[in-house]
Design a protein. Sequence first.
Length: 492
Amino acid sequence: MAEPVERPSNRPSGPWGRLKDLKSRRNRSNPWQAVAGSAVLGLVVATGAVLAAGPWDNGQRKAERQLAAATDRTGGAHHGRRLPGAPEPAPSASAVLGALDTTVTRSAPQGPANPRTVLAPLIGAPALGTGAAASVIDIATGKQLYGHAATAPMTPASTVKIATTVAALSALGPDHRIATTVRLSEDARTLTLVGGGDPTLNAAALRSMATEAARALQEADATGVRLTYDTSRYTGPVLHPIGPNDNIAPVTALMVDEGRLDGTDRGHAPRSGDPAGDAARAFAAQLRKAGVKVTGAPRQARAADQARTVATHHSAPLSALVERTLTNSDNDIAEALARQTAIAAGESADFAGARRAVTAELKKLQVPTAGARLADGSGLDRKDRVTATLLATLLARAADPDRPELRPVLTGLPVAGFSGTLSTRYQDAPGATGLVRAKTGTLRGVNSLAGTVVDPRGRLLAFAFLASGTSSPSEAESALDALATALAGPGG
């Protein structure tokens, strides 16, 4: 049976329908929330840019970065102009939340905002099942403000993607792109489509590579070619341990549109049982359209060492792939990122090699990996184990101004009430809408939430909540959302 999948809402109202009411409610609350409300506006405007320009042109992320760059940075924890009387901003708060409205001069409330006080009554909610764990870290200081079974290894579901994406960015850098190539044999009789592990390869990329290859064949006076395809960049079983499933395609180095058969780009979908073969057949069709005579059906074979590259397609930058992975909880990209990390580390590009490579990369970042077992990159494997402290610490690392390469982990987190797998949540918590950004996790009997939130004192907090033995996904999600909302403070 397929595991539950996290799907964002596609309802037409989108974020714009809630903006006016959201700002009105926020401005009637305490003064610091009025300031934070301007951050929500920045997020909504940025989200609108994505909706207008297409799902993955990185519009939201560019808008956030431009807003952050526009502020006067002074280094360290001072990433923008301070409001008179306001608390010190957390590292990278402007990059995460957008520009705060610096024309507002009212200060934050000075009363205590103790996570222990607000979370303790909620962590034992029956909806959180037979066991719950929590960790809350002040990103500015690195201090854990609250912990409940915080070092207990638990099944994280899709929140393990935080570990996967942090490791990939650390190992490869945000500008890394995955290459798919076409190679021509010395005798110009065989073309080989070589998969590099880009699950987002699409028809437009195949068409472009076919045009380039056709030009090379014309220059070589080739009258016809055989087509082969090479998937050797990945090793080991192609099926995820979950088995054939609408949540993930076979994990292969060559596929088009994640092996989806229904034209979607997120959520569960019927998947090809042979995505590499399908990609090769689609490429053969594009070659024929480009005027190339392709003889016979494509067959799987490694490209010859002497073959030369005649066409190349590069994926979007790793930063964009990470953001898409987290926003939509994309299992296929997550597994690809884990394998890319393994390749960079010189490990075998399979589940076992990816586990070793990701774990080793996290250790380099000096985060608490005790008890962690990263069985896969997506979180679909129930053998995954992480602690709440590990997830919260990883989010704090991503906000470290000394590690800007990790920032896409924060910009990729879904925004409460607006985007990705949080687009339909927090409907009854307007005070947290826009201020909570978090990765969700859902398996049968497992629910999790890990992300960032601005508390009433203006602190940027990293949090992780894990629950096991849950019986109702919707009730568990509401209980997790209540925890994050409590951190957002009065009005949440």
